[in-house]
Ligand binder design. Structure first.
Ligand code: CP
Ligand code: NVA
Length: 312
């Protein structure tokens, strides 16, 4: 049976911890210059409906470091859902490559790819979720604080795909997640309800001060996500009192970390002094995208080989 990585909600805590330890091992190998060609001869197809720096480079470099190769499919290349249906793309790719990563607008598109592909599919961001990012962020927090359990993560800004994945992560580990957002910009109601049923400690407030009080990490993301560009003027107005700046950081724990998935808009959701200050771990988060995604690819393909009766 093939496995996909579409949402953190689909993983158990144990599986996430397996990914963390594999990522740490791969990170050490990389830093010590030890080759780790676990995916020699494997090919990753990357489908992008939206732009990317981190996701594209880390998946491509990661697969190369693992001994495999990559095919990059830019938005106009395949006309996903226009030139060819999503199931047809999934079934054709399954005959040529070993694993797919897709960044899509509609979440349904990446789900449909996974349903019709006979190979693993990884969600590289959809309008609803960004699981690889939050797995890298959680790994960063574990590196910085030793564990996730008992921490408080505050998010200031839009209840977007990044927030929805944080909420899913909070249903797997006992940390508190507090979101400060303006009315009308709350996270997905279904994701939230399901995560709360599974025990996630999530608070949603319009008060930035309340969300960041005693926080171990303060996280933010752009006010206007990819695909929402026509709303950017309205959003700039709605979010103007939801900026992470020195005053906000002073309300969190003294040693609170500053987190951002990037790209950042300096002077909008975050000030330059905070983004580039000593408490910022944004480049560690970015680096960890590489290590966690290598772990994800090895893990997904290893599961597949084990279920085929083969050894890794
Ligand atoms: N954080 C992130 O996913 O960055 P990109 O959009 O550049 O891939
Ligand atoms: N919420 C942002 C994340 C970018 C990595 C977006 O979807 O554009």
């Amino acid at each position: 049976m093939k496995r996909d990585l579409i949402s953190i909600a689909d993983l158990s805590r144990e599986q996430i911890e397996t990914l963390f330890s594999l990522a740490r091992r791969l990170k050490t190998d990389r830093r010590e210059g030890l080759p780790h060609p676990y995916l020699t001869g494997k090919t990753l197809a990357m489908i992008f409906e939206k732009p990317s720096l981190r996701t594209r480079v880390t998946f491509e470099v990661g697969m190369t470091q693992l001994g495999g190769s990559v095919v990059y499919l830019a938005p106009p290349d395949i006309g996903l859902g226009t030139r060819e249906t999503v199931p047809d793309v999934a079934q054709n790719l399954s005959r040529w490559v070993d694993i797919i990563m897709a960044r899509t607008f509609a979440h349904h598109t990446v789900v449909e790819l996974a349903q019709h592909a006979t190979i693993p599919v990884i969600n590289g961001l959809s309008d609803l979720l960004h699981p690889c990012q939050i797995l890298a962020d959680c790994l960063t927090l574990v590196e910085q604080r030793g564990k996730l359990d008992g921490l408080k993560v505050a998010f200031v800004g839009d209840g977007n795909n990044v927030v929805n994945s944080w909420i899913n992560a909070a249903s797997k580990f006992p940390f508190a997640f507090a979101l400060a957002c303006p009315a009308g910009y709350e996270p997905n109601a279904e994701v939230l309800a399901r995560a709360r049923q599974r025990g996630a400690q999530v608070t949603i407030t319009q008060s930035v001060e309340e969300a960041v009080r005693d926080a171990d990490a303060v996280y933010t993301d752009v006010w206007t996500s990819m695909g929402q560009e026509q709303e950017s003027a309205i959003r700039r107005e709605a979010f103007k009192s939801y900026q992470v700046n020195a005053t906000v950081m002073a309300q969190a724990k003294k040693d609170a970390l500053v987190m951002h998935c990037l790209p950042a808009h300096r002077g909008e959701e975050i000030t330059v002094d905070v983004l580039e200050g000593p408490r910022s771990v944004v480049l560690d988060q970015s680096e960890n995208r590489l290590h966690i995604q290598k772990a994800i690819m090895v893990w997904l393909l290893r599961q597949r080989r084990q279920s085929d009766g083969a050894q890794v």
